[in-house]
Design a protein around this ligand. Structure first.
Ligand SMILES: Nc1ncnc2c1ncn2[C@@H]1O[C@H](COP(=O)(O)OP(=O)(O)OP(=O)(O)O)[C@@H](O)[C@H]1O
Ligand SMILES: [Mg+2]
Length: 460
């Protein structure tokens, strides 16, 4: 991640998202700027704030997808909220802070994952020994004696030990080769204490301290263990988790997670247009919308939010807001908030050619997804090029005629197209068959629907 240049970031995004070059360029710059900031030596480092981004574009053109992929590329903590959620009944001002808590939560997961990766080898060695101990209990007198070894009566302890060693070696080999994965053994499993010790919020405490107290209480409860019979492969998973947790210092995790959140976190605020009030009018729902904007302001501007892992400063968190802005305009947002999103990028509507590429090119392209689904049953799905062109053209015209839902239309069209096949495999289309999707077939299955506008409103 360290040395991804803006161009490389765009290239990574290109693997998944077609078009939208403007948006990609700007998020790439924002990402690179954070690396640059961290390399600034002087006091200026603190003062360099991220250039938050406002993405404008109608539904299904890739706004969310870009932000999501960006976070993946950066391996950054990421969370997505719908701004309109805050206008719902029951909302209180401090609810907006929950997005920061979600962000830290994700950061903790990320840090834990990477720590797990670090201690994996160490834990694997310990676990292997534990498994061997269960399979071939060590001989008495070696210091690690276990009871119930009545069958080992051999007076010659030395040779017995030798034998034991040999068997262990043999089993070690078998474990390595995965020959014993299905064998059942008995292990002690730690039981998590009953979740959710009932606590009623009385308004005196915020969410964070409440979660903290819950954690504390559940840690105080005695940990019970329970014997369980599981296969070796399951046992390995359970024991690995336990051992890895022992090897990881949780205070360090917390610290790093907060550091990661503050410097690399990305918060994606979707549907920001829904909290913009169209100018002039007052009263009614608009008041609360503006209220939500005011609540958002301190977080976007930089403030300290209390989470159960500690205080998180949001000054350098990158905010990406997105909205269609069909009814309202970005200038309908309160000025303070507008100023916090200095970079505006407009996402273009997708063309038919874009649809064609979206169907075909991305690493996770829909056509590939269906191929993989069929292939799991050894049925081979193929598309001719003009069939894909035709699907794109149909999706495009339905978008024009019925409603423009962007690339999401491809999902409905594809699933409708393949519906019968999905039903027939494997009953009447057995393994090792091949399905060829041609232009004629696409037309045959979809044309009647496309022509009949009333019908396609409901089905496609
Ligand atoms: N430019 C694109 N390239 C590839 N796939 C795309 C593109 N735009 C959209 N998609 C596909 O369409 C789906 C919906 O896109 P996305 O979630 O990004 O929409 P959005 O712009 O956030 O819309 P909304 O305003 O409704 O939230 C994605 O899952 C993605 O697979
Ligand atoms: Mg979206």
């Amino acid at each position: 991640m360290k040395d991804l240049t803006p161009r490389q970031i765009v290239a990574e995004l290109d693997k998944y998202i077609i078009g939208q070059t403007e948006a990609k360029r700007n998020v790439a710059i924002a990402l690179r700027n954070r690396i640059r900031r961290l390399m600034v030596k002087s006091d200026l480092q603190k003062d360099i704030v991220p250039n938050n981004i406002l993405m404008i574009g109608s539904t299904g053109v890739g706004k969310t997808e870009i932000a999501r992929r960006l976070a993946k590329i950066a391996n950054a903590p990421f969370t997505k909220v719908e701004a309109s959620k805050f206008t719902e009944v029951g909302y209180v001002g401090r609810d907006v802070e929950s997005m920061v808590r979600d962000l830290v939560e994700h950061a903790v997961t990320l840090v834990k994952e990477s720590k797990n990766e670090e201690v994996k080898e160490k834990a694997a060695i310990i676990v292997e020994d534990m498994l061997l101990d269960i399979l071939i209990p060590p001989v008495r007198g070696t210091g690690f004696s276990t009871s119930n070894q009545k069958e080992n009566f051999n007076p010659d302890n030395a040779s017995e030990q030798e034998l034991n060693e040999k068997t262990r070696e043999r089993f070690k080999e078998k474990l390595k080769n995965g020959e014993l994965e299905e064998r059942k053994i008995e292990i002690n499993v730690k039981q998590s204490s009953p979740a959710g010790i009932g606590m009623v919020g009385n308004g005196m405490m915020d969410e964070a301290s409440m979660a903290g107290i819950q954690d504390m209480l559940s840690n105080m409860m005695p940990k019970r263990t329970k014997k369980r019979k599981v296969t070796i492969s399951e046992a390995r998973k359970i024991l690995m988790e336990e051992e890895a947790a022992k090897l990881i210092d949780f205070d360090e995790v917390k610290e790093q997670a907060i550091h990661l959140t503050e410097n690399n976190g990305i918060i994606f605020i979707d549907e920001i247009d829904k909290i913009a009030s169209s100018s002039g009018k007052s009263g009614g729902p608009d008041v609360s919308r503006e209220g939500v904007q005011r609540d958002l302001l301190p977080i976007v501007e930089g403030s300290a939010v209390n989470t159960k892992y500690g205080l998180v400063h949001t000054d350098h968190v990158l905010f990406i807001a997105a909205g269609a802005f069909h009814v309202s305009k970005p200038s309908d947002l309160i000025p303070e908030l507008q100023g916090r999103f200095p970079i505006r990028v407009e996402l273009t509507s997708l063309t038919q050619e874009d649809f064609y590429k979206i169907l075909k090119d991305p690493k996770n392209a829909l056509t590939k997804q269906y191929q993989a689904l069929f292939e799991s049953e050894e049925v081979y799905l193929e598309y001719t090029d003009d069939a894909i062109q035709e699907i794109a053209s149909i999706a495009f015209s339905i978008n024009e005629e019925v409603e423009n839902i962007g690339a999401r239309r491809l999902h409905t069209v594809m699933s409708h197209l393949l519906n019968d096949y999905l039903f027939d495999v494997p009953d009447s289309i057995g393994p090792n068959s091949k399905i060829m999707i041609t232009k004629e077939l696409v037309n045959e299955r979809l044309n009647s629907l496309v022509k009949n506008r009333d019908l396609s409103q409901y089905i496609l």
